[in-house]
Write a protein that binds this ligand. Structure first.
Ligand SMILES: [Zn+2]
Ligand SMILES: [Zn+2]
Length: 273
């Protein structure tokens, strides 16, 4: 079964990715939450091109990625769950929870450690917030993130299906919780008890540092609530808040070149002052 999962992984992931992306794009047109400042064509071209670059670099760097390592661990008896007799569903559930916690903690680290923040701020430098923002990640951040997932998989020995489901879910929720969609408030209130909603994650993209350093979760909202990093709503409201990073956004003077070359020059900045 594991071999089947492995061979089906690219097709499953690509089709769900494209399906969710298309659904979010349509939803954004039908019920947008905020007015766009930057033409979609510019941001979408940038963000989608980056996904392709990221994927190529990831595949060239790692001979094996998380699902593949889980299959290998099953074969060779590596990791906790390949050495204890836990029920299959428990192994799946615990593995997905711990992978999500690891991704949450990694995100906190990407904000806390200056060298990592220089990579991660590329994600925050998007001046609008829509589904493609969720894809806008520095290639090195993708590599670090895969390193973290590989370490968790090696230690935990999770069922390969759990890792595949986690990867697919993380991809889908990243598109969903960055989407510029207007969920009815009561729906958002209930939904955010179980999953990070766009209104919850948008707070994380505020230029206000207190808000930037909150709501780190991507899938489950519980880690933020448990560990004290949860902010329910942006102080200026979702329509009034500024998206981006203070140093790069809405500057009255022409923008200086970002230092260390960690962000690309972004056209269209002049229109958002
Ligand atoms: Zn962040
Ligand atoms: Zn984000």
């Amino acid at each position: 079964m594991s071999e089947t999962i492995l061979s089906a992984e690219p097709a499953i992931r690509l089709s769900i990715f494209l399906g969710v992306l298309a659904a979010m794009a349509l939803w954004e047109v039908a019920a947008p939450r905020r007015r766009r400042d930057i033409p979609r064509v510019i941001r979408w071209t940038n963000n989608l091109a980056l996904v392709v670059v990221d994927t190529v670099i990831l595949r060239l760097t790692f001979p094996i990625i998380a699902v593949g390592l889980a299959v290998m661990a099953e074969d060779r008896g590596w990791g906790l769950f390949n050495n204890i007799d836990a029920p299959f569903w428990v192994a799946i559930l615990v593995s997905m929870l711990l992978l999500d916690l690891a991704i949450y903690l990694q995100h906190v680290m990407f904000h806390a450690i200056p060298a990592l923040w220089r990579l991660h701020r590329m994600h925050h430098a998007d001046l609008d917030f829509d589904a493609t923002t969720g894809l806008r990640l520095h290639p090195v951040e993708i590599l670090v993130s895969m390193g973290v997932k590989l370490a968790v998989v090696a230690a935990l020995g999770p069922p390969a299906i759990a890792v595949l489901m986690f990867e697919v879910l993380l991809n889908a929720t990243a598109l969903f919780n960055h989407a510029n969609i207007d969920l009815p408030r009561p729906v958002d209130r209930v939904l955010r008890l179980f999953v990070v909603t766009p209104d919850m994650h948008r707070v994380h993209h505020s230029v206000d540092p207190r808000e930037t350093n909150s709501n780190y979760g991507f899938n489950l909202p519980w880690w933020d609530r448990l560990l004290g990093t949860y902010i329910a709503q942006p102080a200026k409201g979702h329509e009034g808040m500024d998206i981006g990073i203070e140093q790069f956004s809405h500057a009255p003077r022409p923008l200086a070149r970002p230092d260390a070359g960690s962000t690309r020059p972004r056209p269209g900045l002049g229109s958002c002052a």
